[in-house]
Design a protein around this ligand. Structure first.
Ligand SMILES: Cc1cc2nc3c(=O)[nH]c(=O)nc-3n(C[C@H](O)[C@H](O)[C@H](O)COP(=O)(O)O)c2cc1C
Length: 244
């Protein structure tokens, strides 16, 4: 190899080594273990006694939801909804609680979404309300059913126009090739459906009928207060304290 060609190939090799190092650097995940271990909150809320709790867990939930709203917790009605797929694998995502009627917790979604598919094969779910700034959480578990169509329609029609069109435009949980495709679908829905879009048949509510509701409040020295209501065969609620 002549000296010029050798120099050139050396340069190319050095360049590719430097490039590889840069790529590896950018892929490195910062080790946050120490910071994570140092993140420590002390809870100092007022202890929660059994006698503080309403004998009806739904009344208790309503009171805590209003507390969260008054305390300006962001999205106080947002919860993490857990479902389980046909193989038994759990999955969670946020949804908004939009109703608390007849003892049931309802939310609205796309009936073709992943969560809806899970609920078809396994109609059970858990809703976790994380009101961390109040040192509180509530966990609601139970069986799930679709809400009646007229109830879904009533709620759909109360939503802002753009949200109603969004429900038409989004094939929730399907693979999407680009944002542009979604925006085009939205514009097309707007053009086609105008100002009064009807509820799509693939969109509606689910209502969770709770069989257990847990109320948790942080206490000092990790001695938190935990109470779980469980529904008995006679429909009455049994309330017990649990180790935190
Ligand atoms: C604060 C918040 C509220 C949300 N509320 C809803 C909701 O009420 N309904 C819904 O279908 N998706 C809602 N989403 C989006 C879901 O978390 C989720 O991405 C989507 O429903 C698809 O979930 P899936 O593929 O598991 O079905 C919300 C997301 C956030 C962050």
């Amino acid at each position: 190899m002549n000296p010029f060609a050798r120099l050139l190939s050396l340069k190319v090799e050095l360049f590719s080594i430097a490039n590889k190092q840069l790529r590896e650097e950018s892929l490195k995940v910062t080790d946050l273990t120490q910071q994570l271990q140092d993140m420590r909150e002390e809870y100092d809320g007022v202890p929660l006694r059994k006698s503080d709790l309403n004998e009806c867990p739904l009344a208790q939930f309503s009171a805590w939801l209003l507390d969260a709203q008054q305390a300006k917790v962001a999205d106080p009605n947002a919860c993490s909804l857990s479902t389980v797929d046909e193989s038994g694998a759990p999955m969670a995502r946020a949804v908004l609680l939009k109703g608390l009627e007849a003892g049931k917790f309802s939310f609205y979604t796309n009936y073709k979404s992943r969560k809806a598919k899970h609920l078809e094969v396994n109609p059970k779910a858990t809703m976790h309300f994380p009101w961390f700034s109040l040192e509180r959480q509530v966990v609601v578990s139970g069986s799930v059913q679709k809400v009646p169509v007229d109830q879904s329609e009533e709620y759909f029609n109360s939503r802002p126009l753009m949200s109603r069109l969004g429900a038409w435009a989004s094939q929730q949980s399907e693979v999407l090739d680009s944002r542009e495709t979604l925006e085009k679908a939205f514009l097309k829905a707007r053009e086609k459906l105008g100002e009064e879009p009807a509820k799509p048949s693939h969109w509606g509510g689910f209502a969770l009928n709770p069989h257990s509701i847990e109320f948790w409040q942080g206490g000092p020295n990790r001695l938190h207060d935990r109470f779980i209501y469980t529904q008995q065969a006679n429909k009455k609620w049994l309330l017990k304290r649990f180790y935190p």
